[in-house]
Design a protein around this ligand. Structure first.
Ligand SMILES: [Zn+2]
Length: 288
């Protein structure tokens, strides 16, 4: 950190990300780390990141207890929960974290290294790749076959995606169109962060909004997030029994993309009488 202050005048770790402004999300800071590999990071290795620094990453409130609690909650509904991470961050920092044992898969940025430390970028998870990775996870074994969404190993309409930023927008939009539940989180009690995410998610305009829920990032048992996610799980389970209309139809009708008048009136009638579709359509926003 001392060198960072001398070289770049940086006072807080998050200011490091600003050094690579102008480059695409996920790409810039990784390039910058390679440039600084020797001078600033003193030959840092993947192993050091995983075994030493990952444990210092601060977890959101309520983690890791959230995972086993939600697993139990969902298994009582006769479903099995999986947790996957798709991150613009660094793989060793996630793999070495105190919550990594709960994840079924982790996809994140990776470095190759040589004897001097970080050497080249091996892979980057940019915003568009998040969608590809998500689709691959949901398809399961048949990743390269064209199969209907209803036959996916994990159905889109049964998926929940959590995220907090710009690099999540494409994935959010993709899943929201297909009826999945998008949860946008922000720093608890931070009004500025709340306004940022609310604008980013366009929640004032349901037909364009990217999120189903905007809620503070607090995963503890009695938090608003825990309560609303449990409600949404129940809605998703009920929806499988009660509604057989693809949410994409609702979304396209609301956006005015359906031209056939008979199809329009079918979708309109369904929407007005289906609680599941209405619950999925209107975003809910909590500040605290
Ligand atoms: Zn419906």
């Amino acid at each position: 950190m001392g060198n960072l202050v001398q070289k770049y005048g940086i006072k807080k770790p998050e200011e490091y990300l600003k050094l690579s402004q102008g480059t695409e999300l996920g790409v810039g800071y990784m390039e910058q780390m390679i440039l600084d590999s020797e001078e600033i990071f003193c030959g840092l290795t993947n192993d050091q990141m995983e075994k030493k620094f990952a444990k210092q990453v601060k977890l959101a409130k309520g983690l890791p207890e959230w995972f086993s609690r939600m697993n139990n909650f969902v298994s009582k509904k006769d479903y099995r929960l999986e947790h996957h991470v798709i991150s613009a961050g660094l793989l060793p920092l996630i793999r070495g974290s105190l919550i990594s044992s709960y994840f079924d898969s982790i996809t994140a940025g990776e470095f190759l290294e040589n004897s001097d430390g970080l050497w080249r970028i091996k892979s980057i998870i940019d915003p568009f790749r998040k969608v590809e990775v998500f689709k691959r996870i949901c398809k399961g074994k048949n990743a390269h076959d064209d199969i209907p969404l209803a036959d996916y190993y994990i159905k889109h309409c049964n998926s929940f995606v959590f995220g907090d930023g710009q690099s999540d927008i494409d994935l959010f939009r993709y899943l929201r169109q297909r009826g999945g539940i998008v949860v946008a989180v922000f720093e608890p009690e931070n009004r500025t962060d709340f306004e940022r995410i609310k604008d980013l998610m366009k929640v004032d305009c349901p037909e364009k909004s990217f999120a189903n829920v905007v809620v503070p990032r607090d995963y503890s048992e009695d938090s608003v997030l825990s309560k609303i996610i449990q409600e949404k799980v129940c809605e998703v389970v009920d929806s499988e029994k009660e509604c057989n209309v693809s949410f994409e139809l609702i979304r396209n009708w609301k956006l005015g993309h359906i031209e056939n008048p008979e199809l329009c009136s079918f979708v309109e009638n369904h929407f007005n009488s289906c609680t599941s579709c209405r619950n999925r359509y209107f975003p809910t926003v909590y500040f605290s």
